[in-house]
Design a protein around this ligand. Structure first.
Ligand code: KIV
Ligand code: NA
Length: 275
């Protein structure tokens, strides 16, 4: 299993870091088998698994439930787990207790929190308490209401400078990794060069130290619309639909199950059995 320092070494040696989300046993197992470097139990599970239209309704209990399943599927992969909405904004004490619960009950290795500013004190306290923290800047979906939608961030000079400053502050506060979501590729490259910790991009260009995508987006599984920055590497919608249609059809036509899928007993045992 890769450690937080391994990721910094990968950055130094120009080896790209592959992060992928997973939310349950099978997705985690396949991610581990494929050699994904780090699994993110993202609160995007609210959308792609639970059917909410944002990450805001996701609770700590949801994250615990899914995080445990992910660890059972990927026993030997570094797991980062999202702290959900409003679980790291009250007192630092609350933040520490919530993070402890996430790591202790799921077996995840690190937490991820969105934003800088008032969150910096929490990143610092978590790191001091022994909880590795992945920061998340740019488009921070838990603030979608304040940002006014899912839009590219840091597009003007002022916003781009603030993004760079925030990234540096996250590193200073102790973050071991930082996700950059939906920022112009030039800004992401600048930030990646300015920081010692690795940057993981999503909609942030190829010059980040690694990339992250949502499992269901990569496989186009149960999602109909993909954001501009998502490249689907398979189409599970088509495969699943094909499979389910075949099943429905064969049950209706009674062509399934054939003898190959049935159990039989010897004819002599049946003699007179039912009178
Ligand atoms: O929840 C999530 O999947 C995320 C990634 C998109 C970075 O936070
Ligand atoms: Na998230």
């Amino acid at each position: 299993m890769k450690s937080t320092t391994d990721f910094q070494k990968m950055k130094k040696e120009n080896e790209k870091i592959v992060m992928l989300t997973a939310y349950d046993y099978p997705s985690a197992k396949l991610a581990e088998q494929t050699g994904v470097d780090v699994i993110l139990v993202g609160d995007s599970l609210g959308m792609v698994v639970l059917g909410y239209d944002s990450t805001i309704p996701v609770t700590l209990d949801d994250m615990l439930h899914h995080g445990k399943a992910v660890r059972r599927g990927a026993k030997d992969t570094c797991i980062v787990i999202d702290m959900p909405f409003m679980t790291y904004h009250l007192s630092v004490r609350d933040t520490l207790l919530n993070a402890a619960k996430l790591l202790q009950e799921t077996g995840a290795n690190a937490v991820k929190v969105e934003g800088a500013d008032e969150v910096l004190d929490h990143i610092r306290a978590l790191t001091k308490a022994g909880v590795p923290v992945c920061a998340h800047l740019g488009l921070t979906p838990q603030s979608v209401g304040v940002l006014g939608g899912y839009k590219v961030q840091g597009k003007d000079r002022h916003a781009a400078l603030k993004l760079l400053e925030d990234a540096k502050k996250c590193e200073e506060a102790g973050a071991f990794m930082i996700v950059l979501e939906c920022v112009p590729k030039q800004i992401a490259r600048e930030i990646s060069q300015a920081l010692k910790i690795p940057t993981i991009g999503i909609g942030a260009g190829v010059d980040c130290d690694g990339q992250v995508l949502v499992y269901h987006d990569v496989l186009m599984y149960g999602v109909d619309r993909l954001a501009k920055f998502v490249k689907p590497f398979a189409n599970m919608n088509v495969e699943v639909q094909k499979g389910l249609e075949g099943y429905v059809q064969e049950v209706k036509q009674a062509t399934f199950p054939t003898d190959a899928y049935s159990f039989t007993m010897k004819e002599e045992e049946l003699q007179g059995l039912y009178g």
